[in-house]
Design a protein around this ligand. Structure first.
Ligand SMILES: NC(=O)c1ccc[n+]([C@@H]2O[C@H](COP(=O)([O-])OP(=O)(O)OC[C@H]3O[C@@H](n4cnc5c(N)ncnc54)[C@H](OP(=O)(O)O)[C@@H]3O)[C@@H](O)[C@H]2O)c1
Length: 176
């Protein structure tokens, strides 16, 4: 199915200058401005697709409350019981099927690095927002887990979120 005809798929992530989305121990010490911008985007789109590890981290930090309890699709190879406003699927494609059936016109892919890589590898991302924090980690979780793809992007916009934090907004070029 060609999802592009129906839904815009947006990857939104906050990173260090050197492209980490968390410390090696899942720490995400981002600025208030970047958290607020991310929460605003989630509230606009009203849904989020995340990997099973990100789901567990978000649940432990009560992050769903902070972002307004969007309809949540968790990708996992395992079997999990759905709960209020949250379903589990086995692939990125299945996640998009579920959201399309619910009538969403935009989808927010919200990490982590492994799920992001799967979406990119399959050519399923249309736009990318990256909030770049003034941080450099020596190790951590990368924006994209090591994977087999080379994507080309076009810069749509840049925005200064605060004195120290810049937002980059890209379109992913499609060749097919
Ligand atoms: N900076 C940010 O904006 C941001 C945003 C989100 C998350 N994070 C951070 O990212 C970290 C988690 O990232 P991560 O890369 O370790 O994990 P992740 O991508 O959140 O989750 C990985 C898990 O998702 C499932 N999965 C992913 N792709 C799949 C596919 N194609 N098919 C089936 N299952 C799939 C698998 O679950 P099963 O093992 O159950 O099969 C896999 O083990 C956390 O530290 C979190 O805080 C940061």
């Amino acid at each position: 199915m060609n999802f592009d005809e129906y839904m815009k798929v947006i990857l939104y992530m906050t990173t260090t200058l050197n492209g980490y989305i968390a410390t090696a121990t899942d720490g995400t010490p981002w600025s208030d401005e970047s958290w607020a911008s991310y929460a605003k985007k989630v509230q606009e789109v009203q849904n989020i697709v995340i990997g099973r590890r990100t789901y567990e981290v978000m649940k432990a930090c009560n992050e769903f409350e902070r972002i307004g309890h969007p309809f949540t699709v968790v990708v996992s190879s395992g079997e999990h019981e759905p709960n209020a406003n949250c379903v589990f699927v086995h692939s990125p494609e299945e996640a998009l099927d579920v959201l399309q059936a619910k009538g969403f016109s935009e989808v927010l892919v919200g990490g982590g690095g492994m799920l992001n890589a799967y979406f990119m590898q399959k050519g399923l991302i249309d736009e990318i927002y990256i909030d770049v924090e003034p941080l450099v980690f020596g190790k951590g979780i990368p924006l994209f887990a090591e994977s087999d793809f080379d994507a080309h992007l076009e810069l749509i916009n840049t925005k200064q979120l605060s004195k120290n934090t810049v937002q980059l907004h890209y379109r992913v070029k499609k060749y097919n």
